[in-house]
Design a binder for this molecule. Structure first.
Ligand SMILES: [Zn+2]
Length: 303
């Protein structure tokens, strides 16, 4: 479905200090998205590098991902309060990565339920110490208060959340970007929040299974949706062309690594032979293309 940018309404407000305004876009009626930057987490961006947002029902609000620090979560909480006085009944985490979960603490302490894939608590427990140490390195004092909040409402396969006159359908997927990927479908608007199952502009990063991700891509392609929200990239990018671009990149990595393994190349030789052309056009390719080759090699050498 074509999407008219003119229909988007944009709200900006300063979220304190010297930080840039916290922009919010109403992607569909009552469905708000804040678009993260294509950068690594830093003191300057406070981990505001992933797409985060919220959906407003007649009874309450569901937040989807919370950003890479308490500060980003607080900015999102303030944005919710500016739009509605209804309570936040759910915080949904699409997966474990720090740029999507470290703002959770801004919503803790009330009656809010934290929702994630059934495999998310274990994955977070295994990584929490590492994630917190890395955030402290990147943000210094500004990391204070950012912490992992473990989900208490888990999704085995599918879960419907009633926000009052508006239902979100959460779907857990086989291991792809991670082993705890969850999507959120807003029935009212036909909008599918894909989290990091879809990257646009920013290079995809493999932290689960590259073969699994390609298979999930093929299933996502068949879904009847009006628009999608990627974990990184523009709101409502061309669909399924954006998904196809991601699949092509992942497929190219698989092909390169299979050829290298067949030729008897080691992991190091395979990564050193990385062809920049394979990742051409993706933001942050320098930081992630070689890592993707590494992850793919570890997975594919046992085929
Ligand atoms: Zn991710």
């Amino acid at each position: 479905m074509a999407w008219a940018c003119a229909a988007l309404s944009s709200i900006g407000f300063a979220w304190g200090g010297d930080e840039p305004p916290f922009e919010l876009v109403e992607a569909a009626p009552g469905f708000f998205v804040h678009v993260g930057r294509h950068e690594e987490t830093s003191r300057a961006n406070l981990g505001d590098i992933a797409n985060i947002g919220f959906v407003v029902g007649e009874r309450c609000v569901a937040v989807i991902d919370t950003g890479g620090s308490l500060a980003v979560g607080q900015a999102l909480a303030a944005a919710v309060r500016r739009r509605t006085d209804r309570p936040v009944c759910y915080v949904i985490n699409t997966h474990m990565h720090p740029d999507h979960v470290f703002g959770n603490a801004a919503f803790a302490g009330g009656g809010t339920r934290f929702v994630g894939a059934a495999s998310l608590p274990e994955a977070l427990a295994a990584r929490a110490g590492h994630y917190e140490a890395r955030l402290a390195d990147a943000l210094g004092d500004a990391a204070a208060g950012s912490r992992v909040v473990t989900p208490d409402l888990l999704v085995d396969d599918r879960l419907r959340l009633d926000l009052g006159g508006r239902t979100l359908v959460l779907q857990r997927w086989p291991t792809a970007h991670t082993n705890n990927d969850l999507t959120v479908f807003d029935e009212a608007s036909g909008t599918l929040w894909l989290g990091d199952l879809l990257f646009e502009e920013r290079i995809p990063s493999v932290d689960g299974s590259i073969k699994g991700w390609i298979e999930v891509d093929a299933r996502l392609r068949e879904l009847p949706v009006s628009r999608v929200v990627p974990g990184h990239g523009r709101i409502a990018p061309p669909w399924p062309a954006t998904l196809d671009a991601q699949s092509r990149y992942l497929g190219r990595v698989v092909t390169r690594v299979r050829e290298a393994i067949a030729a008897g190349k080691t992991l190091g030789e395979t990564v050193d032979a990385a062809d920049p052309a394979d990742a051409k056009g993706w933001a942050l390719a320098d930081a992630y293309h070689r890592r993707n080759l590494t992850a793919a090699y570890a997975e594919l050498e046992w085929e």
